[in-house]
Design a protein around this ligand. Structure first.
Ligand SMILES: [Fe+2]
Ligand SMILES: [Fe+2]
Length: 410
């Protein structure tokens, strides 16, 4: 009897320990929420969106609501939002997002945000019959006040000059949130912030905690054509601190593409924009000093059905969002193709190639079989087009899957 009781206690202890060690984080990026209060004329907005990168901006309030609903169900240990929270930093969009996020806090799920380059420029837009009309947007101080309860106020330490902070998710897993967008010119970690980061990494080392970094812009160059404005201006200095104190994982966004890069002992994962098909968020499970990352597509349609929404686009959202993405990709190219001398069959093949190619790049995996030989059509007929150069930069086999990674944190 005593032996049985002992075994039960050992099993209970093992289960307890396993739960204590397992930490589940969710990262989402670039939701670019636009409040409908700013959309007086939807056609104006849609016309502008057709020339953009495929963000389903007109449905971002629903995407964010579906995401929060999913998080309330999943109950991760923390939700990380790595910037570009709004389309262009309007007070209305920020207020709406804060309203949407508040139930997470009420449920005891910490939400850790940092600003992106679109969140606090002081300039925003209203979409009217006359076009996009400039209006005042949030500035750095207003952002800090509005989002103080989303990470910054509850942090174990806060940087004075930016919205950077160190947050203890558990005694073993800390998140270093690094903001480079509250400084002018934006894009660099200030010198005093670097000194504060070093102090924090020393403290983590002494406490035996594993640190996961979070930035909006990228620590690394993911593609050689996306460098200036994409990578942190002084990324080398932050990477040196990561190397010195054993930070092995950085989570970021900004690119809008799902991607993974490595430099030395650091892995950087850019989670693709929540506003863009396939509406990815990243789930990071930390167990026994190893972080397992998996990008997951948000099921907006399931949320819409649960809410009793009758909008057909929302009820079939994955398909709608994919088609919207395709239309922005091919629409722009079809306009440019009018000037080239090629028959309609060749043009159709070129458009189909670019459609699959661009979907795959944003989603981080090959979404359908693609014949890379078709790139030759672009090189022949549109040699100086942006897309020809863009496509020539990427791996030809398209075989790599950037939706998952395993990173040892110590
Ligand atoms: Fe963005
Ligand atoms: Fe950005």
């Amino acid at each position: 009897m005593k032996k049985t009781l002992f075994c039960v206690l050992v099993v209970m202890l093992m289960v307890c320990c396993a739960q204590a060690d397992g930490v589940r984080l969710v990262e989402a990026s670039d939701m670019h929420l636009l409040s409908r209060q700013l959309v007086e004329d939807e056609n104006t907005l849609l016309r502008i969106l057709r020339g953009a990168d495929g963000k389903v901006t007109h449905y971002t309030p629903e995407i964010c609501r579906a995401f929060v609903d999913k998080m309330l169900e999943e109950k991760p240990d923390a939700v990380l939002l790595s910037g570009d929270l709004t389309l262009n930093g309007s007070h209305e969009s920020h207020r709406e997002l804060i309203d949407i996020l508040t139930p997470l806090k009420a449920a005891g799920i910490p939400v850790l945000v940092i600003p992106g380059n679109h969140d606090e420029t002081g300039l925003s837009y209203r979409f009217t019959l006359e076009g996009a009309v400039p209006i005042e947007g949030m500035d750095e101080q207003e952002f800090k006040a509005a989002y103080a309860d989303f990470g910054y106020n509850d942090a174990r330490s806060r940087d004075e000059s930016t919205f950077s902070y160190m947050y203890e998710v558990t005694p073993q897993v800390w998140v270093l949130a690094v903001d480079v967008n509250s400084v002018t010119p934006w894009g660099s970690v200030p010198t005093d912030t670097l000194a504060w980061i070093e102090g924090q990494l020393q403290a983590a080392q002494q406490a035996g905690a594993q640190v996961i970094g979070m930035t909006h812009q990228n620590l690394m160059v993911h593609f050689s054509m996306f460098t200036f404005g994409y990578q942190l201006n002084n990324a080398r200095q932050l990477q040196e601190l990561y190397d010195k104190y054993g930070v092995h994982l950085n989570l970021s966004g900004h690119l809008h593409l799902q991607h993974i890069a490595e430099n030395g002992g650091v892995t950087e994962i850019t989670t693709s924009a929540l506003a863009v098909w396939p509406q990815h968020y990243g789930v990071i499970t930390v167990e026994d000093g190893v972080a397992a990352y998996q990008a997951v597509p948000l099921d907006v349609a399931a949320w819409a059905e649960k809410e009793g929404i009758t909008d057909h686009n929302l009820l079939d959202f994955s398909d709608y969002s994919a088609r919207f993405f395709d239309d922005t990709t091919t629409g722009k190219q079809a306009d440019r193709m009018q000037a080239i001398e090629a028959n309609e069959e060749i043009k159709a093949r070129m458009l189909d190639f670019v459609r699959i190619f661009n979907r795959s790049q944003f989603a981080g995996y090959l979404v359908e079989p693609i014949d890379m030989e078709e790139l030759a059509l672009w090189e022949e007929h549109m040699p100086s087009a942006f897309f020809t150069y863009y496509m020539s930069m990427f791996p030809k086999d398209g075989a790599t899957d950037f939706r998952q990674a395993t990173v040892r944190l110590n």
